[in-house]
Design a binder for this molecule. Structure first.
Ligand code: SF4
Ligand code: ZN
Length: 741
């Protein structure tokens, strides 16, 4: 009781002064929506009572010391962790928390109390849900996702950060018809939204044949309190990317409102518990649109809105939420959006394929002069899709000519790599790899909608101009499908690739005068700043030095700025006065010094979208690396998720650091700490991914090509005890190097 009143007292005062201001004046005090508040109150009572019943059952059965956890997360019960800071691990810790929440469910019908009812309902739902995961149970079958683990939260980090995903739409209930739901979801997907579905809309979505699941950024969480998984996802994004400390309730909500940009669409009638859940959304700063006719005194302007018309429902939700999209008109007969990037087209669903070892195929971006290009021209040289049998293949050469006043030869590769994403965003189009190893497919569905080979050209012209307005003035695309022509052009393309590789080889940190910053992730991690050098790409793996240079050319006021290399302080560790100053000023004065080549001493900060995390392994006097793709245990005793919770959020953590996959191959890889020779463990998948390049690097370092075989992986073991004998047997060099600490 004392605990709960202090808790309420302190925080209530604080948020009235800042975050809570956003609710001021929303309700007309002369006629408050009492019916709505009553439902929220009743719903919160039902939800907390139900949670209590289930919790008591579990306690009787298993006792207070029984462990309670969601799978694959370092954030405990994320709603509770984010809002009150408690790190719940045992059943017995839950009753006082639930009691505290019940105490804040108050009968007096005000907007303020309705929001507290919402918060209590969120806690109740989180507790009800986590009980379903007791004893390692997996309560959901596909396509239902249930709780989404941290790897899924992080997987979309960069897309959330750069607003490719403009927000989160939480759709609850049952739509007027399957078609109506399909219309809403398709619209959201073409706009790039992350979508959560709960209750009957899931069945409707399945019936409509919509693309659902983790790969499509459309999560059918479940049927009831599973809607909480949309909330605990959003709250983890705040802790992971925003560096919001657990328990900062006010800061958490402020972050949610400003960065996560979610809204709720309630379809069909709602019961009391659903209304209470709506107020949980409002509590976090998310507005709710309802498709039912509601009298004015059951609505709250800007927060609880009746909008029965589906045609512009999303438009209205976006306006209320302040989400503006840049609309690009792409003249292709398919939907284009990031939701389709992960789409796989199986052989049976395929109308036609190109490359992948079956036919010669390649892509090339080439900078040309003003007179060598006809803007917007698209040409198919050879057979079109209709000339090819169903399920068959054709050779394909994609040659994109670009003229731009600020275009540079160096940007050819940058733009060429974008082809993968731009094409993959098309629904029913699949693209893999790059250069002369590409493999592409067009699905039967896309072909039935009228998609032709020439549409690759339409897509590329529209998107390249849209994404790179200041370096791309004119685009021309030629699609070769005639075998002889493809082979002729391929030989020419290989000359380009070879010249580019030569240039990249010479591109060392020493060879340039400027590094670049990237602060794109500050939209999510306010104190994070990447310093991108030729030999160290951004930790997300998506931003190389050339990329950041191009980004700066495209938008000099954008996320990447040049940092002149001046005032060398420590050559070995890679510390420069100018870099320090830049980082200090651009991390809200939180990081004073930063080394480029050490993970032990003042390492670079880590936001949340790192491809890999390295961690010191003191027993082996070395370093281990794990990746986002590898879910298992590691010799430092932590999984990727747990490690990510430690290093993320834009802080410096000596001994731990997020980094890109390709950084392992850099000649500057933790050079000051001993370099590649320190590497004692990594997942097998990463080892395979780096492949021969890693062997070459090892040789270059004088470690011998067989050094790679001395690096342990999960097939050797996932604990220090398992790994050490292996390292000793193989004579791993780290064991005899200077002590790391
Ligand atoms: Fe974020 Fe760094 Fe990647 Fe930029 S380079 S997007 S700041 S992780
Ligand atoms: Zn990031």
């Amino acid at each position: 009781m004392t605990e709960s009143s202090t808790f309420d007292g302190v925080l209530a005062r604080e948020w009235k002064e800042s975050f809570e201001e956003i609710f001021e004046g929303a309700v007309d005090e002369s006629k408050p929506p009492l019916k709505l508040f009553q439902k929220a109150y009743d719903g919160a009572v039902i939800a907390t009572s139900y949670a209590e019943i289930l919790l008591n059952q579990a306690l009787r059965r298993y006792g207070p010391d029984h462990p309670v956890a969601y799978p694959d997360t370092g954030y405990y019960l994320p709603v509770i962790r984010a809002l009150s800071g408690e790190a719940v691990t045992k059943l017995g810790e839950l009753p006082p928390i639930l009691n505290r929440m019940r105490n804040q469910v108050r009968e007096e019908l005000t907007f303020y109390n309705a929001r507290l009812c919402g918060e209590a309902t969120a806690y109740a739902a989180e507790i009800i849900e986590v009980l379903r995961y007791l004893n390692g149970a997996q309560p959901h079958v596909e396509p239902w996702t249930g709780f989404l683990g941290d790897p899924v939260v992080r997987r979309y980090g960069i897309l959330l950060v750069d607003w490719t995903i403009p927000g989160q739409a939480v759709i609850v209930g049952k739509a007027k018809s399957t078609e109506a739901l399909a219309g809403l979801v398709t619209d959201l997907q073409s706009k790039g939204f992350m979508i959560f579905l709960t209750y009957e809309v899931v069945e409707q979505a399945i019936e409509a044949g919509l693309k659902l699941g983790i790969d499509f950024i459309a999560f059918p969480t479940g049927n009831f309190t599973q809607v909480i998984h949309a909330v605990n996802y959003a709250l983890r994004a705040g802790m992971a990317f925003g560096g919001i400390p657990p328990g900062e309730r006010q800061e958490t909500r402020d972050y949610q409102r400003r960065r996560v940009r979610a809204f709720v669409l309630q379809l069909g009638p709602s019961d009391e518990v659903q209304v209470a859940a709506h107020f949980a959304a409002i509590f976090l700063g998310f507005p709710v649109l309802v498709d039912q006719e509601l009298p004015e005194d059951e609505q709250i302007p800007n927060w609880y809105i009746s909008h029965p018309n589906y045609d512009d429902m999303i438009q209205v939700a976006m306006e209320v939420r302040g989400i503006k999209l840049k609309i690009v008109d792409i003249p292709v007969p398919i939907t284009v959006g990031p939701a389709f990037e992960g789409e796989v087209i199986r052989k049976g669903d395929m109308r036609i394929e190109f490359g992948g070892g079956r036919t010669p195929a390649f892509e090339l971006v080439e900078m040309v002069g003003e007179d060598e290009i006809e803007d917007g021209k698209i040409e198919v040289v050879g057979p079109e899709i209709d000339d090819c049998e169903e399920g068959g293949s054709l050779p394909l050469g994609i040659v994109v000519k670009i003229f731009g006043r600020k275009m540079q030869k160096d940007f050819e590769g940058v733009l060429e790599r974008r082809i993968h994403y731009l094409v993959n965003y098309g629904e029913g189009i699949w693209h893999m790899a790059q250069r002369d190893t590409i493999w592409m497919r067009i699905s039967k569905d896309a072909a039935a909608k009228g998609f032709k080979i020439r549409h690759f050209g339409d897509l590329l012209v529209a998107k390249l101009k849209d994404e790179f307005p200041s370096i791309v003035d004119r685009v021309q695309v030629t699609l070769y499908t005639d075998k002889a022509q493809v082979e002729e052009q391929l030989a020419r393309a290989r000359e380009f690739y070879a010249a580019r590789d030569e240039r990249l080889k010479g591109l060392t940190d020493e060879a340039v005068d400027v590094f670049y910053s990237c602060i794109l992730c500050q939209s999510f991690a306010p104190n994070h700043c990447c310093v991108v050098t030729p030999e160290r790409l951004g930790l997300c793996g998506a931003v190389s030095w050339l990329d950041s240079k191009a980004t700066y050319e495209i938008d000099p006021t954008g996320p990447c700025r040049p940092i002149a290399k001046e005032g060398l302080i420590d050559e070995e560790k890679g510390i420069w006065q100018s870099v320090n100053e830049y980082v200090y000023l651009n991390t809200n004065r939180s990081v004073e010094e930063c080394s480029m080549y050490s993970f032990m001493d003042r390492p670079m900060t880590s936001c949340g979208c790192f491809e890999c995390i390295m961690a010191i392994m003191p027993e082996a006097n070395g370093v281990m690396i794990t990746t986002r793709e590898y879910p298992g245990d590691t010799p430092c005793g932590m999984t990727f998720s747990t490690l990510a919770g430690t290093v993320g959020g834009g802080i410096q953590t000596p001994g731990f650091m997020g980094h890109g996959r390709a950084y392992v191959l850099s000649r500057k890889f933790i050079r000051a700490d001993g370099g590649l020779a320190r590497l004692v463990w990594m997942p097998k998948e990463l080892k395979d991914f780096l492949g021969d390049d890693l062997r070459k690097r090892a040789e270059e370092e004088g470690l011998g090509a067989d050094f790679v075989d001395k690096i342990a992986d999960e097939t050797v073991g996932t604990t220090a005890e398992e790994v050490l004998p292996f390292l000793e047997e193989k004579g791993h060099p780290a064991l005899t190097m200077d002590p790391l600490m």
